[in-house]
Design a protein around this ligand. Structure first.
Ligand code: NAP
Length: 250
């Protein structure tokens, strides 16, 4: 595939590395300063666009993909408030977009099992939960998209629903059905997510820690391969089902 990248920071460079290793060609990069005509011709020449830029650029990337009829994979986070409107526009105009706040296959498996375990224990008396995330100090949004996804899934999995609170209240206590999401920004940390469970007799921590950015890049490239020929607004789950399907075949 010929891939055009939108954003060429830490993640854009990881995508280039992984895409090249999988036999694809990165034909060019759209940067903040790239003029509209150049963006357009690069998109036309590409089979797929992959965006790891900034939340403020996402709507523009979607416009470019819809105008040039190119599939777009979005890894950029921090634009949740626009997500539903963008998804609707993509569906209405027959576009092809896939978004995931975290493209790591291991993180997705982690989220699934962590939420299942937490939901089971939180049904018992005296259990409490919290989330903590740690990322490099250059990260633009907080909490991370993955921490938000974990919190959201947890809210839906608990009965009665528990509400995520961030930042933690400074002048009053949490209510019984609230839990906190803690954020740390430190050095060059690629990304750590921790689910903490506190019970009457036990303490459980379930942690995922990324060893590099290549795991995210791998998922994004697999998503671009999967998206070819499909129309709609997708999440990573369907790509993940395909990646993990070997488990069922064994
Ligand atoms: N979904 C996932 O699995 C995953 C994993 C890791 C990170 N992320 C997210 O991916 C995004 C990028 O992360 P990163 O670590 O690569 O950040 P980064 O190193 O800061 O790189 C961001 C790049 O985007 C460029 N950019 C900003 N606005 C742009 C625009 N309007 N058009 C084109 N390019 C633009 C920046 O260019 P300039 O140099 O000109 O500013 C920079 O090169 C963040 O939102 C992060 O949270 C997602």
């Amino acid at each position: 595939m010929r891939i055009a990248l939108i954003g060429y920071g830490r993640m854009g460079q990881a995508v280039e590395r992984v895409a090249t290793a999988r036999g694809h060609t990165v034909i060019g990069v759209i940067r903040r300063a790239t003029p509209p005509s150049e963006r357009e011709s690069l998109a036309h020449a590409a089979d797929a666009l992959i965006d790891f830029s900034h939340a403020s650029a996402v709507a523009e990337s979607v416009d470019l993909a819809l105008r040039t009829l190119r599939p777009l994979v979005i890894g950029t986070t921090g634009w949740d408030s626009q997500r539903e409107a963008i998804a609707q526009r993509v569906r209405e105009t027959g576009g092809s977009v896939l978004y995931a706040p975290n493209f790591s296959v291991a993180v997705q498996v982690y989220l699934h099992h962590a939420v299942t375990l937490a939901a089971q224990l939180l049904r018992l008396e005296g259990w409490d939960v919290a989330i903590e995330e740690v990322h490099h100090r250059g990260k633009a949004d907080a909490p991370s998209g993955t921490a938000r996804a974990l919190a959201e899934r947890l809210q839906h999995a608990t009965q009665p629903p528990r509400e995520a609170v961030y930042p933690a209240p400074t002048e009053h206590r949490l209510t019984e059905n609230q839990f906190t999401v803690g954020v740390l920004r430190l050095g060059s940390e690629f990304g750590t997510h921790r689910l903490l469970l506190d019970g009457p007799y036990d303490w459980i921590e379930i942690t995922h820690r990324a060893k590099s950015r290549d795991g995210f890049a791998y998922g994004a490239v697999r998503a671009a391969e999967w998206l070819r020929g499909r129309k709609g607004f997708y999440q990573f789950q369907e790509v993940l089902n395909e990646i993990l399907s070997y488990l069922e075949e064994q």
